[in-house]
Design a binder for this molecule. Sequence first.
Ligand code: ATP
Length: 239
Amino acid sequence: MSRLIEVDRLSASYGKLTAVREVSLAVGHGQIVAIIGPNGAGKSTLLNAIMGAMPSAGIVRFRGRSLREYDVEERVELGMCLVPEKRELFGDMSVADNLLLGGFTRRRDRAGLRRSFETVYGLFPRLAERRAQHAGTLSGGERQMLALGRALMLEPKVLMLDEPSLGLAPLVVREILQSVAGLRDLGVSILLVEQNARAALKIADYGYVLEGGSIHLEGSGEELRENERVSATYLGTDS
Ligand code: ATP
C-alpha cells in the first residue's frame, strides 16, 4: 500500500506541556485510519500539527514529500483538509452558500465546482433537499454533513476529521460514519479522530490508540476491536 501521509516521530507542545510525543503513523491511499483515545490524549493536537496549524518537531510527509516548509494554506493546496471539532458553519447563510464558500479558492473553476456540488448532494441527499435553508436551522447530524460537504468542495485527497460524531445521537452517529465510509469509496483518504471507538473501528482499515500523547497500540480495525484491552477500555459503553 503506497503512503499518502507519513508521520514520523511528530511532537507538539503547549509551553511546557508535551501534548503529542514522537507519534509515527501512516495513511495509505484510499484508507480510513482511525485514532482513538480518551479525552485529552492529544488527538486534536495531533491533527493540528499534521495540518501545520501549530509548531511541531518531527516530519510529516505527503506523497513522500516533507512538509516542513509548508504552511497550512500550502498543505490545503496539496489536498489536505482538516474538519475541526467545532463545525464553524455560517448559520445565517444557506446550505448552498456554505458549500460555495468551502470552494471559494476554486471559484474560477466553475465546472469543477458544479461537479463538487453534485458529489456532495449525491452523498448527502438531505443537504440537496435543504440547499436553500439557513445552516443555523439544521439538525446536529445535518450540520455535520454540511461540514463534511464543505470540506469536499476543495476536492481533498485526504480529509482529517476531528470527532465527527461528537454530540450526535447513536443513530445519527451511524449515519455520519457510513457517509465517511462513502467518502473512501470516492477515493478520499481519511484520518479520523474519534472518542466513539466502536463506531470508528467498524469503518477503519487501520487504527492507532493514542494515550497521554503517545501511540500505545496499532492494528487493523478488526484487530483493535478484538483486542482485550481496547475492548475493555474503549468499547464498553458507546454505540
Ligand atoms: P478531546 O477529545 O478532549 O478534544 P484530545 O485527545 O483531542 O481530547 P487535545 O485536545 O489534543 O486532546 O489535548 C491534549 C492535551 O493538551 C490536554 O492535556 C489539553 O489540556 C492540552 N491542550 C489542548 N489545547 C491546549 C491549548 N490551546 N493550550 C494549552 N493546552 C492545551
